[in-house]
Design a protein around this ligand. Sequence first.
Ligand SMILES: Cc1cc2nc3c(=O)[nH]c(=O)nc-3n(C[C@H](O)[C@H](O)[C@H](O)COP(=O)(O)O)c2cc1C
Length: 171
Amino acid sequence: MKILIMNGSPHPHGNTAGMIGTFKTAAEQAGHEVTVYSVCQKHIAGCRACEYCHTEGHGVCAQKDDMAELLALIQHAEMIVLASPIYYFGLSGQLQCALHRTYAIGVPQHVRKVAMLLSSGSDNVYDGALFEYRNTVDYWQAKDVGVVMAYGAQNGLDETKAAIRELVSRI
Ligand SMILES: Cc1cc2nc3c(=O)[nH]c(=O)nc-3n(C[C@H](O)[C@H](O)[C@H](O)COP(=O)(O)O)c2cc1C
């Protein structure tokens, strides 16, 4: 399966990157093709709601930034993994902007499965991200493979890695 991981953390070696590394290794061992796209290393602005994409743009965004290459990856992906640090009880702003910009294409063509990896400082801060995730999975008419959350000292623990490997085994 072609898996696209959208990494919403600005830290190349941070907690979210650690979770992604575990996921990628396990998924590749299982024979999946994994691409990691780090939105914070790119220029992806917020949606301007100009509706160009839904009118004369015919699915192409009016803004000329890195979202065009991400949209191409999204259109080829069979599974999308949203990976993010929790910022103010939700996804990072950079990942949020990227998600909003998928407005240009509507429901991704081939995405059948979705999962999410979240890292935070504290426990019980996930409701906002989970609400958005579950509704996005429904909107995409995809299958929820699962969510792994790690807070504080759980980041990097063997049990967190085991939970991610278990999630991968369910793809
Ligand atoms: C702007 C900002 C907002 C944050 N908001 C929260 C929060 O609301 N709740 C929480 O538990 N942690 C919060 N954190 C902590 C991060 O979620 C946490 O350190 C996470 O593990 C960072 O992941 P990373 O190393 O991949 O960047 C925040 C961090 C930043 C920089």
